[in-house]
Every structure is written in structure tokens, then in C-alpha cells.
Design a protein around this ligand. Structure first.
Ligand code: PGA
Length: 250
């Protein structure tokens, strides 16, 4: 089966109402690339204004709580971000796993809750530098996939993102062989877990993806798109990545 490429931005704790002007160029590039999907995850406070500014662009959240509601000061629920206009959420980003000590079981619960509230899900996995140096990258990625993937996961609503922690925001990327190897490992793990459905599930690469390396990365087998942090903050960097995916999907 052919998996449509997905180019997803992740603004992290960046952006402002003024910065939403960047969405104009991003939305125009997305509209000009009907063969691929484009999405941008923004801070919770920007979801509603981003959705209002770019109603045809998939706007998402960067995280949601695993509970529907309750006494969780400072947290935001899946229902809330959905109501604000989010079409999807990221879960399990390595910055949440490290800064907020989220476990794969938390991520599993978050993904299931998000789906129940009608959100699509980008579920992140990836090893640390220490784990890679110790030769444990494959093991970590397999384990995180196994423990984080919800039971009824389906490619219609869930996308996996491989993001080696040491490549995030560092300007360093794995070699093409290293990316292809881990993506093949994730595909095999998905096959083991969900059978034939695994071939419908997209696997994104994330970690210092930029206009210069996007075409090469996106052409790799089992790389179905990119999750882009820094280079998604401005249209001048994000649009060329969208165009690289478009060219490969023509
Ligand atoms: P980066 O971030 O593109 O800035 O490395 C990617 C991510 O964390 O999703």
C-alpha cells in the first residue's frame, strides 16, 4: 500500500499570536501539495487562534493528559484541545519523557485517550545518546513501541515518529543507514504487534530535519514523513521540507 507522506511541525514552547503569520505560507504550501499531509502542533494557547487563521491546515497539540478531566493543575485534556480546534496531538515526545518523567505506559494511556476524543496521534519513540553508545538503540525503540502503542492502534489515526533524542535540536542527524535501520525495526515491531495493519501505519523521522537533508531522509524506505521542530517555526524553512515531500509523492 502507498502511505501518504506527512510533514508535521512541532513548535514546542515557541510562538506567539504574531508568529501565527508563518502559518499563511505553510497553509499555502500545504494546499499546493494535495498528495501529502501537512500538520503543525502548537502550544495549547495557540491552538484556537492557529485553527482560526489556517482552518484548512491540521493544527494539533503537543501533549494531552491521559485522564478525561480532573484535579491536574496545569494540564490540558484531549477534549479541551479538540474543542479548541486541534485535529491531532503528539504524545511521548522525548522532551516530555525526560523533562516530565513520562513513561511508555503514560504514553500508551495518552494515545488511547486522545483517540477516544477524536484526535489523531503522533507517538514518539527514540533512544538517548547514552543508549545508542551502549548499542541499545534498537532495543529501546522496540520496547518503547511495544509499551506505548495502544491496543487498537491503526494507521488511520496513529503515526509513529522515530526521534533519536541526541538528534533533536542539535543539528546532528543519524546516517541514512542508521535511520533506515531503525525504521525497519519499528516496521517489523508493528507487524508483530498489529499484523497486516502495520503496512498502513506511517513512521516519521524527527531530529534536526531541515531543508538541506529532507529530500534524502524522506526518500528512505519506511520513512513516511518528518516531525520537524526548529525548522517548522518559519515558513521559509518549513515550506521547502513540504515541497521535498511533495516532489517525492508526485
Ligand atoms: P528539531 O526537533 O527538528 O528541532 O530537532 C524535532 C522534534 O523534537 O520534534
Amino acid at each position: 500500500m502507498t502511505r501518504r507522506k506527512l510533514i508535521a511541525g512541532n513548535w514546542k514552547m515557541n510562538g506567539s499570536l504574531a508568529a501565527l503569520a508563518e502559518l499563511d505560507g505553510i497553509a499555502a504550501a500545504a494546499a499546493a501539495a494535495p498528495g501529502i499531509d501537512v500538520a503543525v502542533a502548537v502550544p495549547a494557547t495557540l491552538i484556537a487562534p492557529a485553527h482560526a487563521r489556517a482552518p484548512n491546515l491540521a493544527i494539533g497539540a503537543e501533549d494531552v493528559h491521559q485522564d478525561d478531566d480532573g484535579a491536574h493543575t496545569g494540564c490540558v485534556s484531549a477534549g479541551m484541545v479538540r474543542e479548541a480546534g486541534a485535529a491531532f496531538t503528539i504524545v511521548g515526545h522525548s522532551e516530555r519523557r525526560s523533562d516530565q518523567h513520562e513513561t511508555s505506559h503514560d504514553v500508551y494511556l495518552k494515545a488511547a485517550t486522545a483517540h477516544r476524543h477524536g484526535l489523531k496521534v503522533i507517538l514518539c519513540v527514540g533512544e538517548t545518546q547514552q543508549e545508542r553508545d551502549a548499542g541499545r538503540a534498537a532495543h529501546i525503540v522496540r520496547a518503547q513501541t511495544e509499551e506505548s502503542l495502544p491496543d487498537d492502534a491503526h494507521g488511520d489515526w496513529l503515526t509513529v515518529a522515530y526521534e533519536p533524542c541526541w538528534a533533536i535540536g542539535t543539528g546532528r542527524t543519524p546516517t541514512m543507514d542508521e535511520i533506515a535501520a531503525i525504521h525497519a525495526i519499528i516496521r517489523a515491531k508493528l507487524q508483530q504487534m498489529i499484523g497486516d495493519g502495520a503496512s498502513d501505519m506511517r513512521i516519521l523521522y524527527g531530529g534536526s530535519a531541515n531543508p538541506a537533508n529532507a529530500a534524502e531522509i524522506l526518500a528512505l524506505e519506511n520513512v513516511d514523513g518528518a516531525l520537524v521542530g526548529g525548522a517548522s517555526l518559519t515558513a521559509d524553512k518549513f515550506v521547502p521540507i513540504i515541497q521535498a515531500a511533495k516532489a517525492l509523492s508526485a
